[in-house]
Design a protein around this ligand. Structure first.
Ligand SMILES: NC(=O)c1ccc[n+]([C@@H]2O[C@H](COP(=O)([O-])OP(=O)(O)OC[C@H]3O[C@@H](n4cnc5c(N)ncnc54)[C@H](O)[C@@H]3O)[C@@H](O)[C@H]2O)c1
Length: 350
């Protein structure tokens, strides 16, 4: 393995979780944490001490470090495109996180700029490479000739909202964090479905505030009409503290079969699992029963450190991520936000 690339992390709340992936986890063969930055001086200082690296409170000072070619950007999604431009202009490659932006136009622009100037921007959802679980779903649909998509249900929940309190951050503002659980965790399902079934033409939203201490909703439901004619629904909540892994459940109905991802019971000791449980029921030739079950290592939403490393070294990465999928996901969020306000079905504006 060639030399590790020096990376600096900007944004030290969720950023700490990913710093662990660099120090002890799947990012460690590829990257070395070389500095941290947070505009909050206390967070910056604590981060520097924790990782024994220089700490910065001003991004410009960090960007002046010519010996650090890669940045992990883990600030809130609002105006992230602007920050990405600043970082790219300093000649650095970037890995960031979902949701990519709030503004679909700004998102498209910055991805186009990255392409033009041959800079790398990766994130976890949509990811640069097709995740193994989605690849398996596509392979089954083709192998068993499942036919046209008919309908899907997606679910994502955790209990994090039970302990959340208003803190004046973007998480509290419905303009910056629309249909909060849908923007925060439903975006994984939205991106997965865009990869599998293509674009959505219309949406309808419902939202509720069941238990959170924040002013934004903690539970949200979305109806989707896909351009291919299929219908879908998504349920997301930050209020279900059932101690289960933070899995993204999907049921996908096709003309001749159904595929399930992570639907049903899962054991609590798999909280950090990178394994997806997939099952298939289908009718084969002459009505013959087809059933399959498989556990797949590598789930959608993971950070693909190896792909980021290869892309920095100029090796081609096919998706990287696909700007059409990424922007379509943000357009769906905008349409859901409009629907939550109007109470009506809203067209997804492209
Ligand atoms: N919190 C989670 O569990 C979680 C999980 C997965 C993904 N994410 C994603 O990570 C991103 C950040 O979320 P978070 O929960 O850490 O947000 P947060 O608002 O709690 O923390 C963001 C941090 O970034 C710092 N920051 C903001 N702008 C900065 C700038 N210009 N320069 C330097 N520092 C700056 C802030 O001071 C703060 O410490 C979001 O896109 C979120 O969706 C969060």
């Amino acid at each position: 393995m060639p030399e590790r690339i020096r990376i600096a992390f900007v944004g030290l709340n969720f950023g700490h979780y990913l710093a662990e992936q660099i120090i002890h986890g799947p990012g460690s063969p590829y990257f070395e944490l070389a500095a941290v930055c947070d505009q909050n001086p206390q967070r910056a200082e604590e981060g520097g001490k924790r990782y024994h690296v220089p700490a910065y409170t001003h991004l410009d000072e960090l960007l002046a470090r010519a010996d650090i070619p890669a940045i992990g950007l883990f600030t809130p999604p609002i105006r992230r495109a602007l920050l990405l431009k600043t970082i790219m202009q300093a000649g650095k490659d970037i890995i960031t996180t979902k949701p990519f932006e709030i503004d679909p136009l700004a998102a498209r622009e910055v991805l186009e700029e990255a392409r033009k100037y041959r800079r790398v921007i990766h994130l976890n959802s949509p990811s640069p490479l097709m995740p193994p679980d989605l690849a398996q779903i596509q392979a089954w649909a083709k192998e068993f000739r499942l036919g046209r998509p008919v309908g899907c249900r997606g679910e994502a929940w955790h209990g994090g909202g039970l302990n959340e309190k208003a803190d004046g951050s973007w998480y509290d503002d419905p303009e910056l964090c629309p249909l909060a659980p849908m923007y925060r965790i439903g975006i994984y399902l939205i991106n997965d479905l865009l990869c599998l079934w293509g674009k959505v033409s219309e949406v309808q939203a419902l939202q509720a505030r069941v238990c959170t201490g924040r002013p934004t909703p903690d539970t949200a439901l979305a109806g989707l009409r896909f351009q291919n004619g299929a219908l879908g629904s998504l349920f997301t909540s930050l209020c279900v503290g059932d101690n289960r892994p933070d899995e993204h459940h999907l049921t996908l109905n096709y003309e001749h079969g159904t595929i399930y991802r992570n639907v049903g019971f899962s054991s609590p000791n798999r909280a950090d699992s990178q394994v997806a449980r997939l099952a298939l029921n289908a009718s084969g030739p002459n009505g013959k029963d087809i059933t399959r079950q498989v556990e797949i290592e590598g789930i959608s939403g993971s950070y693909q450190w190896a792909a980021f490393y290869q892309a920095i070294h100029g090796e081609p990465v096919p998706l990287a991520p696909d700007p059409d999928v990424l922007v379509a996901g943000l357009q769906i969020i905008q349409a859901l936000k409009a629907s939550a306000k109007s109470g009506m079905i809203e067209v997804v504006k492209t």
